[in-house]
Ligand binder design. Structure first.
Ligand code: GNR
Ligand code: NI
Length: 173
């Protein structure tokens, strides 16, 4: 298995709209397994294929405390949304930044599972938030897009500074 590199904001590749998957085969299952390994190692509760520079409609998630409840959603589509709730979000592509986002409270989603079988599921709580966040990634959308341009500008500067410090400290090695 392989831990994949996660693209970071403002990388323009995060803006690519993912295309539907036509066949669910062993090659795709290798990508899925690598995405889980990358997500668990990060650590994160979800990961969209877009974030690892694979522009197909695929996401993985596991919001459980024990990290024993993996979800794979291929070609996910939200059929119904209900209610709304504000929660604090973060993103592996925007490390160290958290802010409030309003999303639907419950969703009904259709998708293919890792065997290519059609599924439908009702989701709530953190899983519903996470899956909406991941489906946004597949559309090239990031949670900071819901914030003001001023806040996005601050995030850009903060990440620039973080990276400058990181490359400075590498002089020592
Ligand atoms: O690890 C993650 N945590 C999280 C917290 C609140 C709302 C959404 C998320 S998803 C994020 C991992 C990630 O960036 N997925 O795209
Ligand atoms: Ni994210």
């Amino acid at each position: 298995m392989t831990i994949l590199r996660i693209l970071e904001f403002p990388d323009p590749k995060l803006r690519i709209k993912a295309i539907p998957i036509e066949t669910v085969d062993d090659g795709l299952r290798v990508v899925i397994d690598n995405m889980f390994e990358t997500m668990y190692a990060a650590p994160g509760i979800g990961l969209a294929a877009t974030q690892v520079d694979f522009h197909k409609r695929l996401l993985v998630a596991d919001v459980s405390v024990e990290k024993d409840d993996p979800h794979v959603l291929i070609n996910p589509r939200i059929l119904e949304k209900d209610g709304s709730k504000v929660s604090e979000e973060g993103c592996l592509s925007i490390p160290g930044y958290f802010d409030s986002v309003k999303r639907a409270e419950t969703i009904r989603v259709s998708f293919l599972d890792r065997n290519g079988n059609q599924q439908e599921k009702d989701m709530e709580g953190l899983l519903a938030v996470c899956v909406q966040h991941e489906i946004d990634h597949l559309e090239g959308k990031l949670f900071v897009d819901y914030l003001s341009e001023a806040k996005r500008q601050k995030v850009r500067k903060k990440l620039h500074k973080q990276r400058r410090v990181q490359s400075d400290s590498s002089i020592m090695f």
